[in-house]
Ligand binder design. Structure first.
Ligand code: ARG
Length: 468
């Protein structure tokens, strides 16, 4: 039986009937639907709409349905079910008879889907935060392994200054920790229970909303039934945070792709995460990285689809909202897989530290430090910049580095140059002169690494998986 057929005289157009169904995708909300329905059944029992026996039958049947579906997903191939709510009702009636129809007393699918989606997004946030912690940990392990290895850092993709490899890796960890923070922030805001909001105006039954809220581990009942039944802000925020996470992963992937080219040769691609070419036998392609970069486009598109879907909807529920499920599911699944894959890659990837080091010592990357040397000796930085610029010009003509210029030649540019200049422009000294919080001086990076480890441990400690 349909959930709404009483007032209809004509059957639905068969193609429309199947086209408007959401069960093909919202079947993945079954466990959320069972959890929410169990809480609702308890509220109905309190009102004596369900007898204690009916309540027990209902809840037992709901849980049996969930475990049956886990064991045998074929039972989800129900061509008649319009959506997951209808499916559960049909199964309840199959299992406990007429009493199965009582569960929908005073209830609307509008509040059910709003509740299921909050439960779903909440659980996905917990999973995603845990995966972000894993990924961050994989980066930190690489950073620890890199020790004091050096590399060139780029601005405009031109060699800029040397940094520690660990410093570079920790830059990504900052992004991931912010992503985790944003997810947790979104979780806090979404953690309100819509049950009792009815179709739009609030339930017609005096339900104990606080009890349902508690049973589902929400913090409070939603404050307004019109908002609660039509709000998808939490899902918009979720997909937006994942879109930004996608941007971070995509930047990282792009950089790895550049660094693993023969031209750079900084990164040795793990074979376990690469593929070959059917035509060119010598090739090893960075498919994992390319797919991470490519899939980030889906995360961005999904968040845009959410916004576009919502922008023209008058209050409250509109069937357009059914379409928002697809980007929510897709983003959750896409981001989860990207994080798992990226962490797997980071555990295997190797760096060519020797090559990175020699690149860090070429192309006058110590010029900024050289100008700072003069500034420390009292030369105005603008002047120092000009002097070192002239020295770099000399090096370019000669095909050498600053430290290869004889002292007399340097002195002819500015008499302030002394022998200690050669110490000041050595690689380690150049790193260590960036001795500020957040800088690449070796001691600073050491303490940044320790601090980052602590923040990750805290994040791991706080992860919750269950949605009930
Ligand atoms: N499958 C629907 C959705 O996802 C459930 C809500 C249906 N409500 C309605 N008034 N038709 O949006």
């Amino acid at each position: 039986m349909k959930m709404w057929s009483g007032r209809f005289r004509q059957p639905l157009n068969p193609e429309f009937e199947s086209w408007q169904r959401s069960f093909p995708f919202d079947k993945q909300l079954l466990s959320e639907e069972v959890a929410a329905s169990s809480a609702y059944a308890a509220a109905l029992e309190k009102l004596r709409i369900l007898s204690p026996a009916e309540y027990k039958q209902t809840v037992d049947a709901l849980h049996a349905l969930e475990s049956d579906a886990a064991k045998n997903p074929a039972i989800l191939n129900d061509e008649e079910a319009e959506d997951v709510h209808h499916f559960v009702e049909r199964e309840l009636v199959k299992r406990i008879g007429e009493a199965g129809y009582k569960l929908h007393s005073g209830r609307s699918r509008n509040e059910q889907i709003a509740t299921d989606l909050r439960l779903f997004v909440r659980a996905q946030i917990d999973v995603t935060v845990a995966l972000l912690a894993e990924l961050a940990q994989a980066f930190v392990s690489c950073a620890a392994e890199a020790g004091e290895a050096e590399m060139p850092a780029y601005t405009h993709l031109q060699r800029a200054e040397p940094v520690l490899v660990a410093h570079w890796l920790l830059a990504y960890v900052e992004m991931f920790l912010r992503d985790a923070d944003r997810l947790k922030d979104c979780r806090e805001r979404l953690n309100e229970c819509p049950l009792g909001s009815g179709a739009i105006a609030g339930s017609t039954l005096p339900l104990d909303r606080k009890a349902m809220t508690k049973q589902l581990n929400f913090d409070a009942p939603t404050a307004n039934s019109m908002d609660a039944t039509s709000d998808r802000d939490f899902a918009i925020e979720f997909t937006q945070v994942l879109a930004l996470l996608g941007v971070h992963l995509s930047r990282w992937a792009e950089e790895q792709i550049i660094f693993c080219t023969q031209e750079f040769g900084f990164v040795k691609l793990p074979e376990s995460f690469s593929t070959g070419s059917s035509a060119m036998p010598q090739k090893q392609n960075p498919d994992l990285l390319e797919l991470v970069r490519g899939k980030s486009a889906r995360l961005m598109a999904n968040s845009q689809a959410m916004l576009t879907n919502m922008k023209g909807l008058a209050l409250a529920y509109n069937k357009d909202l059914q379409e928002t499920q697809i980007p929510i599911f897709d983003s959750a699944q896409t981001a989860t897989a990207m994080l798992r894959q990226s962490a797997g890659y980071m555990r295997e990837v190797q760096f060519d530290f020797a090559r990175m080091k020699s690149a860090a010592q070429a192309h006058s990357m110590n010029a900024f430090a050289a100008a700072t040397y003069l500034a420390r000796k009292g030369v105005a930085f603008r002047r120092a910049h000009e002097v070192v610029g002239a020295a770099v010009r000399l090096c370019m003509d000669k095909g050498c580095e600053l430290e290869a210029l004889p002292l007399e030649e340097l002195k002819s540019l500015n008499p302030v140059f002394e022998k200690d200049f050669y110490e000041a422009v050595k690689l380690q000294a150049v790193l260590d002169c960036h001795d500020v919080v957040g800088g690449t001086a070796r001691e600073r990076v050491k303490s940044a690494l320790a601090d980052t480890k602590q923040r990750i441990a805290k994040l791991r400690g706080g992860a919750v998986y269950a949605h009930t």
